[in-house]
Design a protein around this ligand. Structure first.
Ligand code: JFZ
Length: 399
């Protein structure tokens, strides 16, 4: 793999706020005291691991001998698999290679500061022991043990924050759960959505927020037909974890901590907290034949590009049915970690560039306790001793 080296011209110090050579729109987003306190660790973190894992990983993108299009985690809908058939396949799920401590150590080695795992994705399958359904890893699989409890313990042991992804408005198993892209395909999915939200989604969110210790992030997904009234069934539950932050996907009227860009880096970023979630290949959930892996250089450019626009990078891994993170992901995470070991300061706790994108690369910014500003210049594909133009008027001191 041709290595693309990213040079960080180590910080340059400006003894004053940046004097713009070109107008850059300042954030007009009014932050509240409480919000800043909640978001402080998240703004410092800048980099996290997304984990898409469930019984779909065993299918690995194939059903009835046919490769099913879409993400590996969408196979039940894309393959129009009947509930009873999907449940039968799930019974074989037995991730004997699952090692949550190794997963957390790998995330930490990569320089990631938080982990968000799919506690329940659209197929309705719970990776935890839920008292309101038997459609969970304890009651419906050979494995028979809660998968989230040991992960929560490992996060606490290694000092990473833990978040849960929860698909509240798409559930292709429990009657009344939503189904996008053409809706239900099995009569056993039919039911009342309000009842589903009250009887399944709300109690499960309560289980997740009361039985796994500190939960730092609630990552709602896909506010399918989530009216204000339906949002109100779930939003009060977040008070069970006072410092928790959540994304913008709960539903109408919900207050979000951060916005989410999916599989893309926005052109200029946003004047408020935001996060880009992306895969390393093309799928969130494991597919055995998806070999379209992004290079480490490209993943690093995404990390830097996102940070230079004031965002967080939530980079996904899709473990196999056996519980292993694919080797292609492991290699990339270790290489990213080597870079972060040297240049992490140019990402952690930085804010967006004080000037527009430059053709030589990106800039991240850190305001120092003494009021000075440190700029980190990330030169992509730079030639040694190349000259670059920095559009500011300040006198600078290189360091
Ligand atoms: C959703 C899920 O459907 C997907 O499986 C994965 O979990 C991803 C992180 O989130 O995908 C989405 C959600 C929202 C949009 C697009 C894909 N959207 O708002 O355009």
């Amino acid at each position: 793999m041709k290595k693309r080296f990213l040079y960080v011209v180590s910080g340059m110090i400006l003894a004053s706020p940046v004097l713009h050579a070109a107008e850059v729109s300042e954030s007009n987003f009014k932050a509240t005291q409480d919000r800043d306190a909640r978001m402080e660790w998240w703004r410092e973190a800048r980099f996290g691991m997304f984990i898409h894992w469930g019984v779909y990983a065993d299918l690995a993108g194939v059903y009835d001998g046919e490769e099913i299009s879409g993400g590996g985690e969408w196979i039940m809908l894309m393959g129009k698999i009947p509930k009873a058939e999907y449940k039968k396949r799930a019974a074989e799920f037995n991730p004997t290679r699952y090692d949550p401590d190794a997963w957390v150590r790998l995330a930490k080695q990569a320089g990631m500061k938080y982990i968000v795992i799919t506690a329940k994705h659209h197929d309705g399958f719970a990776l935890f022991d839920s008292k309101v359904t038997d459609w969970d890893v304890v009651d419906s699989t050979l494995y028979g043990r809660d998968l989230l409890k040991p992960l929560a313990e490992a996060c606490r042991a290694h000092g990473l924050k833990l978040g849960f992804y929860y698909s509240h408005a798409q559930d292709w198993y429990h009657p009344g759960g939503g189904a996008a892209r053409g809706g239900h395909w099995d009569p056993a999915q039919e039911g009342d959505m309000d009842e589903y939200l009250r009887e399944i989604a709300a109690p499960q969110v309560k289980e997740l927020l009361t039985e796994y210790g500190d939960v730092a992030v609630l990552w709602w997904d896909f506010p399918h037909e989530m009216t204000r009234e339906r949002t109100e069934i779930l939003s009060p539950l977040t008070q069970l974890q006072p410092g928790i932050i959540m994304n913008d996907r709960l539903g109408k009227g919900s207050l979000s901590g951060f916005d989410t860009a999916e599989q893309r880096v926005p052109g200029t970023g946003y004047p408020y907290d935001w996060e880009a979630c992306m895969t390393m290949n093309k799928t969130w959930g494991y597919k055995g034949y998806d070999d379209q892996w992004k290079s480490t250089g490209m993943l690093l450019e995404h990390l830097i590009d996102i940070a230079s626009k004031g965002g967080n990078y939530l980079l996904n891994v899709g473990p196999t049915g056996a519980g292993l993170i694919p080797e292609e992901s492991v290699v990339r995470l270790k290489e990213i970690g080597e870079w972060m070991q040297v240049y992490g300061d140019a990402v952690y706790g930085t804010t967006s560039s004080p000037f527009p994108i430059q053709e030589w690369g990106r800039c991240t910014r850190k305001v120092l306790p003494n009021g000075n500003t440190r700029l980190y210049l990330h030169v992509f594909d730079g030639q040694e001793n190349a000259k670059i133009h920095i559009p500011i008027l300040n006198k600078v001191q290189t360091s």
